[in-house]
Write a protein that binds this ligand. Structure first.
Ligand SMILES: NC(=O)c1ccc[n+]([C@@H]2O[C@H](COP(=O)([O-])OP(=O)(O)OC[C@H]3O[C@@H](n4cnc5c(N)ncnc54)[C@H](OP(=O)(O)O)[C@@H]3O)[C@@H](O)[C@H]2O)c1
Length: 274
């Protein structure tokens, strides 16, 4: 496993996304993934699976301290008291005294960012998380958060895959020393037949999904693909033994002209334009 270092954190460069994985399917996916070599798990209160993620972690043969666990606080729980209560409940569900990374899942436009960032920093000071970060932050929000935070922000978790242009927010994250954790890295499984990913993959003996993930890894990003299918779990970590050429990277980069955003709920911010 390769790692990305950012503002004091050392993050395994591929993680297991768990959104939609529930109950025993989630327990088994986490256990199988860890035993295959994954060392990074991504969950959230919103996914209603923190208990199953914790069970999968304990069911595996991998030690807790060798796994990087991320969870997130919902936008509805960002008032300071709500934040602290939600975090305690989430740690209890996970069966952990501390997570490795705690993120604001989405900013809440109706609450001052100052208060949400203060609650996030307090969670770190209280020892409930090793590191803190944000998700779905735009350039302006990142700049404001960077000024407000009294503890280092280690990542911005955002949608990144070959079909979206996130150049501005990626540059702003890097400028602040933050890693970019890429969600929907496999475009929810829908990228294979509409793109050159499959053709490029064939040239390397890899699948379209491995090309999509490798494209992110070669730019220093951290993809967190989600699957419970053992063959896909295996594919998604076997991405460190081949290299896309500069020409292949350039061809993939051109696909971002589609600027296809998969995730944009009602509470999303006004996104940066390309
Ligand atoms: N911060 C946020 O707001 C936010 C938003 C969205 C997601 N996330 C996080 O990011 C994770 C990943 O994003 P996502 O779940 O939305 O989308 P994703 O990982 O891009 O796509 C998941 C889909 O890809 C398919 N897939 C995975 N590996 C594959 C492979 N090797 N070959 C073919 N198909 C493959 C899966 O199908 P099978 O099940 O059939 O393998 C599944 O249908 C989430 O699970 C969650 O942890 C965070």
């Amino acid at each position: 496993m390769q790692f990305v270092e950012a503002n004091g954190a050392r993050i395994p460069q591929v993680g297991l996304g768990t959104m939609t994985l529930k109950d025993d399917i989630c327990v088994q996916a986490v256990k199988t993934a860890l035993e295959m070599g994954y060392r990074h798990l991504d969950t959230a209160k919103f996914y209603e699976n923190e208990k199953a993620v914790g069970e999968g972690l304990r069911a595996s043969s991998v030690k807790r301290e060798d796994v990087f666990v991320t969870t997130k606080i919902r936008h509805l729980d960002l008032k300071p008291d709500d934040f602290a209560r939600a975090l305690d409940e989430q740690l209890k569900a996970l069966g952990l005294s501390q997570v490795d990374l705690l993120l604001i899942h989405w900013n809440n436009k109706d609450l001052p960012l100052k208060d949400s960032i203060a609650a996030l920093c307090k969670a770190k000071k209280d020892g409930k998380t090793k590191h803190i970060g944000v998700a779905n932050f735009t350039v302006a929000m990142l700049e404001e958060a960077g000024k407000l935070a009294t503890e280092p922000l280690v990542c911005n978790q955002i949608e990144v895959h070959p079909f979206i242009n996130q150049d501005k927010v990626i540059a702003a994250s890097k400028k602040l020393g933050m890693a970019v954790v890429a969600y929907c890295p496999n475009v929810r499984g829908k990228a294979s037949d509409i793109t050159p990913l499959e053709r490029i993959g064939r040239a390397h003996g890899k699948s379209w999904a491995q090309v999509a993930l490798r494209y992110l890894v070669q730019q220093g990003m951290i993809p967190i693909p989600r699957t419970a299918t053992p063959a896909h779990l295996k594919e998604n970590i076997e991405i460190f033994d081949f290299e896309l050429s500069a020409a292949e990277m350039a061809e993939l980069k051109k696909l971002n002209a589609a600027n296809m955003r998969v995730v944009s709920p009602a509470w999303a911010p006004v996104w940066d334009t390309p």
